[in-house]
Design a protein around this ligand. Sequence first.
Ligand code: MLT
Length: 276
Amino acid sequence: MRIEGKNLQIEVNGLVVNYTDLGPDNAHVLLFVHGFPFSASMWQGQLDAFQEEYRVIAYDVRGHGQSEAGKEPFSIQLFASDLLGFMDALKIDNVALCGLSMGGYIALNTINVVPNRFDALVLCDTACSADSPEGREKRMKTVEDLGKNGIEPYAEASLAKLFAPDSLKNKAALVANIKKTILATPLKTLTKTLHALADRRDTCDTLFSIKVPVLILVGKEDGITPPEVADKMRDSIPGSELQVIPQAGHLSNLENPEVFDAHLRSFLMGVYPRSI
Ligand code: MLT
């Protein structure tokens, strides 16, 4: 029997995964995957906005939020296997999968393995390419700095990259909340995930084979995975739709939820013409 609610726990691949599962039992399922280094809580606005028409689920990726980390090294493939294990544990065959940044990397790795488990993909502020050698070097330097200086300076420096200048200036509560989430992430999760991100494989040459409807969303001022990157993905994924979100940086669902949700809603109406 389904258990509905917030901060639920289920075992996946031998670890406890924390998740939220809301909305009608028989509705189509929207599954949200967060970016790094955040948690399922970054999707709270979308869970609230979509839970009347859809069954909405968000979970903490291993080591993040309140999910257990385990001892093995992290990889995006491991996160993809957790995602499938999570769907299996909840006995869900098919979902529309919405991933932001690292969540998008996980989504692209998962759809490659089991394309028939996904009705649609929403790729937000993400990319298909692997890190460049310089990007990898930067991540390893961050690992080193985290060891020397702790999380506070890393969190502070991250905010400047994550948000559009206008959000930094005018959305103090949102910025403070994200800083709190970063500071709450265990140091080990930060370093293990930085390694996983640095080692992730390029999925760009698999995009042409995606057969389900795809919506690509990107903040106009996303400096981490900018609109040009989203443009290239749109060109590679047959029939995909790209929408650029104004007044948003890398965290487009948080910085401009009205526009983000409007695009998501209209896309989903095409995917699932009857919501239930
Ligand atoms: C994220 O938001 O998940 C990160 O920006 C991903 C990355 O660092 O590549």
